[in-house]
Design a protein. Sequence first.
Length: 449
Amino acid sequence: MGRCCKCNGRLLCMCLLPCMMTGHLLIYVMVSIFVTMSYTPPPKIVIHYIAPGISVNTSTLASHPLGPFWNLRLEDSALWNHLQHALDRLHNPVLRGNTTGVQRKPKAKVSSEIKDESLSDCVSCKCSVPQLDLSSLPEQMKAFVWSMHCRKYPLLINQPNTCKSNDKNLGLDSPMLIMAIKSQVGNFENRQAIRETWGRSGLVTGEASKKSGLVRTVFLLGRQDSSTGPHPDLKNLLELENQKYGDILQWDFRDTFFNLTLKDLLFWHWLQQHCHNAIFVFKGDDDVFVRTGALLDYLHKQWDEHNLMRVRTNDSKRTLDLFVGDVINNAMPNREPSTKYYIPEHFFKGVYPPYAGGGGVVYSISLAMRLKDVSERVHLFPIDDVYLGMCLHKLGLSPGHHPGFLTFDLPETDRGNPCAYKSVLLVHRRTPKEMLTLWKQLQSLPRRC
Ligand SMILES: *[C@@H]1O[C@H](CO)[C@@H](O)[C@H](O)[C@H]1NC(C)=O
Ligand SMILES: *[C@@H]1O[C@H](CO)[C@@H](O)[C@H](O)[C@H]1NC(C)=O
Ligand SMILES: *[C@@H]1O[C@H](CO)[C@@H](O)[C@H](O)[C@H]1NC(C)=O
Ligand SMILES: *[C@@H]1O[C@H](CO)[C@@H](O)[C@H](O)[C@H]1NC(C)=O
């Protein structure tokens, strides 16, 4: 054979080629086996446990979500998701383990910036997130991130007596509705128009039912001064306004778009302290128009039905979880850098939970208190409507849609026609002058509408 191969190259090729091919095949099979053996699938987290809500008693718990309500998978490279992920683990009794007994470190790797105390006191602390690289974020986002662990700001102007009854003879010592309107120092005209029209404090009669309810209005303000851009000094003017009307709540933080969430949080704390006897809250902007009478009709109906159920089920502890507005489902973050709602991918990834669009929403006080509690477990988000949606989601609730909340206004052709407002509870947006005109028109709504 050897002698033959020496003399015949073609024969050599013919006998070596199958050997080489078999060798390659053998190596391939061995490598495949090795790879398969060394590969183990990523551990699947099976969730058997739904953490209890804030309340211990089952009668006051929200309806339970069907699945785990928070995504346990970490969207890395998105800052907010990262922080929330750590916070979720911190508050998850299973992942955290029994820390009361064995002095064990939390299993979840919690970076030092997410400590519980950083959520509480931020007047003295520096409120910084030093370990993160923020250079890729736009300016207002940076400002947000630098202060996103701060949520306690002192009140500059308070109204401790808003919900105290001053006239016992009325027999109505609890406000049916407290209207909290987000405003800015400079918007004097909007506030005045609201006071004179749909936001009048006092006893308000419903349109259809003729039932009355006590309404109280407050305006939620931050600080507007040189730190928020060039502003004329309106401090004295604001003081004068507050002396006259006594309906301004002002906190010591910069009143910017990304800080609006703070107004919700701080207002909830104020509610708990000064106005927990109210029944419903309207929270809205100062450029909307509300048909307060019609809204009261709706709320009276909800309240009566709730009380009926309470009697029927013989459950005196039953609370009313109402949250309605113009609900937006499956919204994606805005990725257009030129818009004011721009949320970069470095900051947040994912779909927004169902939320009620800006302009205005109505919810019950008992829900406001639960939102206040659960908000401790949700990191601040720069868009206030979305943040409310996130807190509701965390409670296992979703906002209810009400077709009377027109945050995108009526069709253009109907705007001048008073009859078109018959089934409307809220429209966005109206200038102070338009509010006055519309209010007058709606006072004498023709019967034929
Ligand atoms: C739960 O209800 C029981 C009695 O029904 C009561 O004793 C207990 O204080 C309640 N706990 C909370 C946290 O409300
Ligand atoms: C935690 O550990 C302590 C002491 O080991 C034990 O007494 C307690 O029951 C444990 N708590 C839970 C919720 O397992
Ligand atoms: C929010 O207010 C705080 C306190 O005034 C300020 O430090 C922070 O920069 C503000 N955030 C934004 C996004 O303007
Ligand atoms: C309602 O509940 C109370 C105590 O919770 C009980 O004493 C009463 O008998 C109940 N009434 C009815 C009609 O079930």
